[in-house]
Write a new protein. Structure first.
Length: 225
């Protein structure tokens, strides 16, 4: 079955607003861009055979996606995440993909083995595989076909997606993956990773590989505790 990875990405100037109490605007933009680049670099390195579609309202993000060989779907910001993903699902279906994997651009430390476990999940038609975030959100949603269920991102979206699948008689399962469950949305997420990361986030966008080293090191230590 052919799979397209869909990565929704806001305009960096609008990203990470929930971190405004601990990071200024330039730091939040740097964080968002670094994590986005880290995500694309991970996919290019470990899963180059998979199609990748970046959904964004920002031309600057579209340009970065192009650097990594990604397809781009430009969507008006005012439409919101769920509407943008609806458009992405239609786009993936039109391109002939049988499955779609929605992956946020802010996963702290993507892990190849975890990602392979996710991709190895059975994909009957129709079905969904849901990887919950620590806060109850959805950090990965694998849908077969791409429009198997409506998108319900927001508070406790992992349960919303599960219940939607149940109501539609779509095969469904949760998969719990420790590192894939970790994103950076709230000040508590930064506190978990430590002050050294906050200091790194004050550097320029061009040093994102250094950020990646700090992020992965912090997460591995956190999970080992």
């Amino acid at each position: 079955m052919s799979l397209c990875i869909v990565i929704p990405m806001k305009d960096p100037s609008q990203s990470k607003s929930r971190l405004s109490s601990v990071l200024d605007n330039s730091e939040r933009q740097s964080l968002a861009l670094n994590l986005f680049r880290q995500t694309l670099a991970f996919l290019c390195q470990h899963f180059p055979q998979l199609g990748t579609l970046v959904v964004t309202p920002a031309n600057s993000i579209a340009a970065i996606a192009g650097e990594y060989g990604c397809q781009v779907l430009l969507e008006p910001a005012a439409r919101g995440l769920n509407s943008a993903l609806d458009s992405a699902a239609v786009h993936c279906t039109a391109l002939g993909y049988s499955s779609q994997l929605v992956l946020p651009a802010d996963i702290v430390a993507l892990d190849q083995r975890e990602f392979e476990r996710l991709l190895d999940c059975p994909r009957e038609t129709p079905s969904v595989v849901i990887c919950p975030a620590l806060d109850g959100g959805t950090n990965a949603l694998l849908s077969t076909p791409p429009q198997a269920i409506p998108f319900s991102y927001g508070n406790n979206s992992s349960l919303s997606h599960y219940h939607s699948a149940k109501q539609l008689n779509v095969a469904r399962q949760f998969i719990n993956l420790d590192k894939l469950a970790l994103d950076l949305d709230n000040p508590s997420d930064l506190q978990r990773l430590g002050s050294s990361l906050v200091a790194q986030l004050k550097s320029s966008q061009s040093s994102y590989l250094n950020h990646t080293t700090v992020l992965n090191s912090s997460v591995h230590k956190d999970l080992a505790v």
